[in-house]
Each structure stands twice: as structure tokens, then as C-alpha cells.
Design a protein around this ligand. Structure first.
Ligand code: ADP
Ligand code: MG
Length: 345
């Protein structure tokens, strides 16, 4: 947990660096004045920056929106729709529109990724201690018996009604922040802002471009030195969302690390050759779902998936310290690792 907090603070600093790039040399005019707001929610530090005369109201509305979504989507808040679903006697609950939209996306991506994204792993995450910070490596037979009671394909959604089998528990942690950044960006638009950037624990989403007409410069952290930036991507109107093995992890007595993204195949931390996956695309929700799923799938399947679907860009970092990225992004490597463009065939 100490590690998580430190990383979160650093991501805030990183967001500050990112924001400092957006200042122009000229003194700000009223339509280019920047407004900032920091919020701690969803167990992470969030920072928002918006420009222009409507920015203050947009930030106020965005903060209220974040707090509303947190209370709707949290797996631990006793009043949340997800908590109601997980504790309901017959495994059925009416959920909010937001929760229903996220669950629909989770089931869609669960299907497309052959179950790499599985929102029913919560009982296993608890057993490993990732929900409390009280970490342990469970025995294999315990993992297997819990795993037998999971499976995204057994979640059914009809309108806003969700049904899960007895003993199942759903957790939207893999998608909630991406949905939240999408929602903030549309709130900003509604409030009349056309230039803004948000960083939700290092997951960034940009609205428009900087007031000087240049692209937003977003840094992605080095998974081998998470206090350091690995590369810069320049984006307009895009989400840049990363899943890594360095965000929430613990180390056993022998020095082996265990992290919070589990492989639904064996119920253990996904260890398929990747240490970080960054997805760049139009929708924060899609990018968040895919960052987790492709991390689980590993390099070859991730590349195959990206070629097949083709509607997003990505940056993969392998456990043997290579960066691979798709050609659709404006990418600058600032690490000592080599970076290779993924060929199209
Ligand atoms: P972060 O929340 O650090 O940005 P992710 O978006 O990758 O990272 O989400 C990781 C979270 O998703 C975990 O903390 C856990 O709650 C949940 N999770 C872990 N493994 C899976 C999986 N295979 N499918 C769906 N959700 C998962
Ligand atoms: Mg994710």
C-alpha cells in the first residue's frame, strides 16, 4: 500500500509536468486561463486541468461526477449498486445506467478476448489480499476452488438488471477509471470547455488540444523504474490508459513479485511476458478494458488482437525490456530500452 501511495503521488507530479507543458509564453488571456482541480477518489489521485471561461464550473461539475460514479461503482461502498449486486440473496440487482454500460462493455471485451477480461475475479482478488493490502500467496487448491466459481460468461445483463450465480462477486476495477474519464470529458464538453486534460492515477484522457493549438504531451511511466517516464505520446482527443505490474504488488520472502492483474486461466498474477500495456484510443472505457485484457493475453495475442480489431494504438513493454508500439501514434522514446514499431503483417 505504501508503494501504491507513492506511485499515486508521483503520478500527480507527472500530471503536473504534463500540465506545465501546456503553458504558453504569453501571459494567459481569459480564454486560455488554466484551472486545476485535484481529487482523491477510487483509491487514486486524480488531477484535472481545463481552460477557458467555463473551466471553473466544468471542474466543479466533474468533481461531483467523480464522487457520484465512485459511490455507484465501488465494490466496497455498502450503498453502491455493485455491492448490492454482490450481496443480494438471489444474485439479481438493478444497477445504475453507468454500471450497466460498464458491465455491457466488460462482457463484450470478455467475449472478444476469450475471457482475458473477467469481472468475476473479485473473490480471488480478496484471497490474494489485493483488496485489503493484507497480502498472501494462496495454496493452489484454494485458488482452484475459488476459480471454479468465477466466469464472466455467467454474468447476465438485461437492461439495467444484472444477474450472477450464487457465490459470484463482480468488480469493475479494470474499467471504472476509463468510464470515469470518458464521463468527465463529456461533462466538460457539456459545460462549454474544449481544451482539457485529466489524469486519473496516471490514466490520461485529453479533450481537444492545448490552447496554443499543439497536441497534449502525455508521459507513460517506465515499468522498470516507475518513478521515471519512459516515453511521450502526443495526442488530441484521446485516452492514454496503462495497466502495469508495478501499480499494486507485493513481494514474497524469496523476492518474487505478485501483482493485481490476475490471469483467469490459473487465478495467479498474469505473467505472460508483458510488464506494461498502454492503449491509446477514442474511448477511455474501451482503452481501460483493453489495457487490462491485453496485459493478461501477453505479447503475441495482444498483437494479433490489435491487428484484428485495428481501432486503437498500443505500447507494450516486455519483461525482457523491449518497447513495441503501433505506428499510429506520435511516440518519443525517452528510456534506455529499445523501441520497435510493430509491423502491420
Ligand atoms: P489500474 O486499476 O491499476 O489502472 P487496471 O485497469 O488494469 O489497472 O485494473 C486492474 C484491476 O482490475 C485490479 O485491481 C482488479 O480489481 C481487476 N482485475 C484484475 N485482473 C482482472 C482481469 N483479468 N479481468 C478483469 N478485472 C481484473
Ligand atoms: Mg484497465
Amino acid at each position: 500500500m505504501l508503494r501504491k501511495t507513492k506511485t499515486a503521488i508521483l503520478s500527480l507530479i507527472s500530471a503536473a509536468v504534463l500540465c506545465s507543458c501546456s503553458q504558453t509564453a504569453e501571459p494567459p488571456k481569459s480564454d486560455t486561463a488554466a484551472y486545476n482541480r485535484d481529487v482523491f477518489a477510487m483509491d487514486t489521485y486524480m488531477s484535472m486541468k481545463a481552460y477557458g471561461e467555463n473551466a471553473e464550473k466544468a471542474l466543479e461539475d466533474s468533481e461531483a461526477l467523480i464522487l457520484r460514479l465512485e459511490s455507484e461503482l465501488s465494490v466496497t461502498d455498502e450503498n453502491s449498486f455493485i455491492h448490492k449486486l454482490n450481496s443480494s440473496e438471489n444474485g439479481t440487482a438493478q444497477v445504475s445506467d453507468s454500471a450497466a454500460e460498464i458491465i455491457a462493455k466488460a462482457l463484450e471485451i470478455g467475449k472478444k478476448t476469450d475471457g482475458a477480461l473477467d469481472i468475476t475475479l473479485y473473490p480471488l482478488l480478496k484471497e490474494w489480499g489485493f483488496t485489503t493490502g493484507d497480502y498472501k500467496v494462496p495454496d493452489k487448491d484454494v485458488i482452484d476452488s475459488i476459480l471454479a466459481g468465477t466466469g464472466w460468461e455467467n454474468v447476465s445483463l438485461s437492461g439495467n438488471t444484472v444477474t450472477i450465480p450464487e457465490g459470484y462477486q463482480v468488480d469493475l476495477g479494470a474499467l471504472a477509471k476509463g468510464y470515469t474519464s470518458d464521463s468527465i470529458i463529456s461533462q466538460m464538453r457539456t459545460d462549454g470547455v474544449d481544451s482539457a486534460v485529466v489524469s486519473l492515477g496516471g490514466n490520461v484522457q485529453a479533450l481537444g488540444e492545448k490552447p496554443d493549438g499543439s497536441a497534449w504531451r502525455v508521459s507513460v511511466r517506465d515499468p522498470f523504474a516507475p518513478d521515471t517516464d519512459m516515453c511521450i505520446v502526443e495526442v488530441r482527443d484521446k485516452a492514454v490508459i496503462t495497466s502495469g505490474n508495478y501499480e499494486r504488488f507485493f513481494t514474497d520472502d524469496s523476492g518474487k513479485s505478485y501483482w493485481h492483474i490476475l490471469d483467469p486461466e490459473d487465478g495467479c498474477p498474469a505473467d505472460n511476458g508483458l510488464v506494461s500495456v498502454t492503449i491509446i484510443g477514442d474511448s477511455g472505457l474501451d482503452c481501460d478494458a483493453l489495457s487490462t485484457a491485453l496485459f493478461v493475453m501477453g505479447k503475441d495475442k495482444a498483437v494479433e488482437y490489435q491487428r484484428r480489431e485495428g481501432n486503437f494504438d498500443m505500447i507494450l513493454v516486455t519483461d525482457d525490456k523491449h518497447i513495441l508500439y503501433t505506428s499510429g501514434i506520435d511516440f518519443t522514446n525517452i528510456s534506455s530500452m529499445d523501441a520497435e514499431v510493430l509491423s502491420l503483417d
